[in-house]
Ligand binder design. Structure first.
Ligand code: HH2
Length: 277
């Protein structure tokens, strides 16, 4: 069970093999491999490799092009730490798994490609399922309407997880999809409700890194949202999430190290007596 974790959350380093990712950190080929090696050296527990942006202004990438982007990068980095393939296309999932990826991360919760569910069940592959209304990044923000966002997102994820389990998928993580068809208020409600989501027993993945809700609270371009990203990551850690999907691996590991040490001290009741300064 790769996706279940005890102790501190796992840090999933984002590796976008794209020219158009919203965070501006996408790159192709050799540069992507070097970036992946840097993320591993910085302490990533998993790498999430994607070849198609999911921003609202994205242009869909032909599947052959997506596969051509990610495969050399997966081949070069597989075997060091687990790799997840961030795709909604079954052909890309299959090629990535054959090249050494171990986990499927689908922002459409296997809802885009009719072959995806059967594929991951056949491969007995761990899967991250995310909530996005309408399952299309280009129209998701127009669908940001909920009577009760927490109940609707939670209900969707639990129903989908049960369907996956019925199909034979055993290792499943839930992701509320921060920024995917949600307003600032929806994102904050979902972040505040993370303790309830983790209480259902599935590992939960939080992807809040550099997302635009941060800039709505404290204006900054995507590559200058580290402070807000760390604040969201620690809120997730406190809520018991299993994975944090982040651009800034070293900084997140440092924040988690301090958070874990404080939590340990509070659990053990360590008063710091008889310690050297
Ligand atoms: N966010 C993005 C992409 N994939 N997958 C999951 N499970 N959860 C997320 O929150 C998530 C995701 C968007 O971020 P990024 O990859 O940095 O941007 P882009 O899609 O523009 O490449």
């Amino acid at each position: 069970m790769i996706l279940s974790r005890g102790g501190r959350p796992g840090v999933m380093g984002i590796l976008n093999v794209t020219p158009d990712s919203f965070s501006g950190d996408g790159r192709l080929d050799e540069a992507a491999i070097l970036r992946g090696e840097a993320l591993i050296a910085a302490g990533a527990d998993m790498l999430d490799i994607g070849g198609e942006s999911t921003r609202p202004s994205m242009t869909p990438v032909p599947v052959e092009e997506e596969i051509a982007r990610v495969l050399p990068v997966i081949r070069a980095l597989a075997g060091r730490i687990p790799i997840s393939i961030d795709t909604r296309n079954a052909a890309t999932m299959e090629a990535a798994l054959a090249a050494g990826a171990a986990v499927v991360n689908d922002v459409t919760a296997l809802g885009h490609d009719p072959d995806a569910l059967a594929l991951v069940a056949r491969k007995n592959c761990p899967v991250i399922i995310m909530h996005m209304p309408g399952n299309d990044p280009r129209t998701m923000q127009a669908r940001a309407h909920y009577a009760d966002v927490v109940a609707e997102v939670t209900g969707f994820l639990l129903t989908r997880a049960a369907e996956l389990q019925a199909a034979g998928v055993r290792d499943i993580a839930l992701d509320p999809g921060i920024g995917f068809g949600k307003t600032l208020e929806h994102n904050l409600a979902l972040l505040a409700a993370l303790p309830a989501l983790t209480a259902h027993g599935y590992p939960v993945l939080l992807g809040a890194s550099r997302k635009s809700f941060i800039a709505k609270l404290s204006p900054a371009p995507a590559d200058q949202r580290l402070g807000g990203s760390l604040a969201a990551a620690l809120a997730g850690a406190q809520a018991g999430v299993a994975w944090l999907r982040v651009h800034d691996v070293a900084e997140t590991r440092q924040a988690l190290a301090v958070w874990s040490a404080i939590r340990h001290a509070s659990e053990t009741g360590d008063k710091g007596l008889n310690q050297q300064p």
